[in-house]
Design a protein around this ligand. Structure first.
Ligand code: PMP
Length: 392
């Protein structure tokens, strides 16, 4: 038995896919703008990023990041608990608190680390997490690291959520129950029914954590996410998110009105035992957070692009995710079909994400297209035109 024998099945399926479809690993050989890159020697339109507000090349973000490097260096070389907490970490934490109207915020090194750090510490073996089955891997991993019992409810199924909450509450009236959902789901681009979920968490005396990774800057009048849009910000106990999407940087956060949140700094291994966010990433995230608030037209443009792409693909007869959003998921029953359309789009100069089972929510394959505020009307038309070649 060799140490890699366990990957036998994976290696065989990779070989099969490569034999049928060639190499599907995409390397961005040169990144040109938020919406353009060179892939396989050819310029393509990027229609599969999480660059919702298109700020990765924004002049102010770039200048702030460069200035931070010149003034504070390229890395912090230490964790938040050792030599890695700089003044700007605290400033960003305060800025996030005032943006969300919450009293406590912790900044982590990535969005993945934020979920890992919060979930592995906040709940333990005596508590229970009830999570939406489509939640991101970082949520599952955080629960696993802390050893909390996990109960999954079917995606966006309120009856199933209530059934699980009722059973757990009946079993133990005192137990801490934490409901975990996402604001906007990353694969199908559909929203959580958050007003109803918040009502259920109140009814059963549970806590509620919402991962707003894909909804910050995208949903809500002020861009604060799904909780703002659904009018339940005061009922959400913990909001977790990332700087790697609308904020055009890298990093993560958790914000809350619960005073106890700050204790996590002393107990959370993914906070204590990893290097802190670099000065450049901090500066870019802070600048993007300011721009998100100063330029609401970015969100309007993002939604115009989203409606145009979703509407056009729907008219062509593609099977899409349940509602229009900046994430437009095109579904295919057979993975082979998804692969060949994905390749065809790339040949036509359009890059989208390909997601194959088991990473997809219901075992079907999907092409995850996503739009940005930075896509021009012409770029959106080119994406639509490329898809039209494969209309069912
Ligand atoms: N939560 C969700 C819902 C996500 O989609 C992602 C990233 N795709 C993360 C957390 C992790 O964020 P990051 O990439 O910043 O680590």
């Amino acid at each position: 038995m060799g140490i890699f024998d366990k990957f036998h099945r994976l290696a065989r399926s990779l070989e099969e896919v490569r034999a049928n479809f060639g190499n599907f690993n995409v390397v961005i050989e040169r990144i040109l703008s938020p919406t353009r890159a060179v892939v396989n020697g050819r310029e393509v339109i990027l229609a599969g990023t999480n660059n919702y507000l298109g700020l990765t090349f924004d002049k102010e973000c770039v200048e702030a990041a460069c200035r931070a490097i010149q003034e504070e260096g390229t890395g912090t070389t230490g964790s938040r608990m050792a030599n890695g907490t700089y003044h700007s970490h605290l400033v960003l934490e305060n800025e996030l608190s005032s943006f969300f109207g919450k009293s406590h915020t912790i900044v982590f090194t990535t969005g993945y680390a934020a979920n890992l750090g919060v979930l592995s510490t906040l709940v333990n073996r005596e508590d229970a997490v009830i999570l939406d089955a489509d939640c991101h891997a970082s949520i599952y991993d955080g629960c696993r690291l802390g050893g909390v019992p996990v109960y999954r409810f079917r995606h966006n199924d309120l009856d199933d959520l209530e059934k699980k909450l009722r059973r757990l509450r009946e079993k133990d009236p005192q137990m801490n129950l934490l409901v975990v959902v996402e604001g906007l789901y990353s694969m199908l681009g559909d929203r959580a029914p958050l007003a109803e979920i918040a009502a259920l968490k109140e009814k059963y005396g549970a806590y509620l954590l919402v991962d707003e990774a894909h909804s910050l800057g995208v949903l809500g009048d002020k861009g604060r996410g799904r909780a703002e849009e659904a009018g339940v910000e005061d009922k959400v106990d913990f909001i977790v998110g990332t700087f790697s999407k609308s904020l055009a940087s890298i990093g993560g956060y958790c914000t809350s009105d619960h005073e106890g949140l700050d204790l996590l700094r002393y107990a959370s291994r993914p906070y204590v035992f990893t290097a802190s966010l670099s000065p450049a990433n901090l500066a870019a995230a802070r600048t993007a957070l300011r721009i998100l608030q100063e330029r609401p037209e970015l969100k309007s443009r993002l939604w115009e692009n989203a409606h145009q792409l979703y509407g056009s693909l729907q008219e062509m007869g593609f099977e899409l995710g349940p509602e229009p959003s900046p994430i437009v998921a095109v579904r295919f029953r057979e993975p082979e079909k998804a692969l060949s359309v994905w390749r065809g789009l790339l040949e036509r100069g359009i890059y989208v994400n390909m997601v194959l089972p088991p990473a997809t929510p219901d075992g079907s394959a999907l092409l995850r297209a996503s739009v940005s505020a930075a896509h021009s009307p012409e770029e959106i038309s080119r994406i639509i035109e490329a898809f039209s070649a494969f209309a069912p």
